[in-house]
Write a protein that binds this ligand. Sequence first.
Ligand code: NAD
Ligand code: DAU
Length: 350
Amino acid sequence: MEKILITGGAGFIGSHVVRLFVNKYPHYQIYNLDKLTYAGNLENLKDVENKPNYHFIKGDIVDTNFINQLFEKHQFDAVIHLAAESHVDRSIHAPMDFIYTNIVGTANLLNAAKNIWAENMEGHRFYHISTDEVYGSLGNEGVFVETTPYSPHSPYSASKASSDHLVRAYHDTFGMPNVISNCSNNYGPNQFPEKLIPLFINNILHKKPLPVYGKGLNVRDWLYVEDHAKAIDTIFHNGKSGETYNVGGNNEWANIDLIKKLIEIVDEQLGNPQGTSLSLITYVKDRAGHDLRYAIDATKLRTTLGWEPTIKFAEGFYLTVKWYLNNQEWLQHVTSGDYQKYYEEMYANR
Ligand code: NAD
Ligand code: DAU
């Protein structure tokens, strides 16, 4: 495989995947297709932008003609599809963006790839990056396995579930070499500060309230983003067509415990007396349809392809806080303009 299209490469996870592929596989030509929405930022890729095997294309996966022409022109050998609207709260606010990008956009990519690979699907790969949220919510017990029935609750997770179904249907119907992975919550550098961890770091820096939804008892399973990128590398090269792989950190935290740990590390790194920022915790109205608990069983990926997380949570969390504190200019850039308006609207009535 020589020409690989990575969609959403300017976003949080996509930028880590692009960096890993550009550096690790100099013989691959990596094409990063991204619309550069509020969540996409080419600053995330400054260190690889001049590499000879890296190419950036600005474009919208929802634009059918554009996507068809792009595939005709470049004849990509493989696709790693990360582009998406990814924030649950925004999907409650404005669901249609999620329907277009996550469902129609994925269908456009599948059709375009099917068309150029029609004569011979051998040696190609269409890899769709999805989420554990498609499985719905767990109670206090149990874990998600690859065969857990889908039960999405938000427009975001329903749109990702729809796209997963399309990817499977194109494998079963047209024999496309498709593979899917469903991952738990990622954390690390370059995550847009609308998501819990970077939002709270940014708010602590500005001494703003930390809006904890409901009682803060919802549980998420956190994985360091570079470990997810390594899982994507493994599955892209060794995953079996038609299969799904769960990816997770085996690292569950109730939100309120994670938030207290975060406050402890931020205060320590800022040189504040311990507990200074605890007073910023503010319990607010719960997210509509808020899933109680996610937990991934990644046994299949570990036993069949040999992937395991390499970064311990204590280390990854510390590195993450340090990165945001050292990159406050990045935080300022991405939160200026439109984001301010979004923040005011989103949190005004909570
Ligand atoms: P992100 O929001 O940080 O980045 C998404 C990227 O997609 C941005 O660069 C954006 O500009 C681009 N994009 C959006 N709409 C587009 C369009 N119409 N055409 C082209 N580009 C477009 O998202 P992320 O957190 O990096 O997530 C990446 C993928 O991984 C998503 O598919 C998401 O569902 C999945 N995922 C995320 C997590 C997580 O914890 N963040 C966990 C599991 C799975
Ligand atoms: O599980 C994988 C998913 O993880 C990905 O598919 C999504 O793209 C990604 O955004 C993430 O979804 P979550 O909804 O779990 O992430 P978020 O950071 O928005 O919220 C994490 C938890 O924190 C969740 O229980 C809601 C809560 N929360 C979030 C925000 C933004 C708060 O209590 N207050 C907040 O202000």
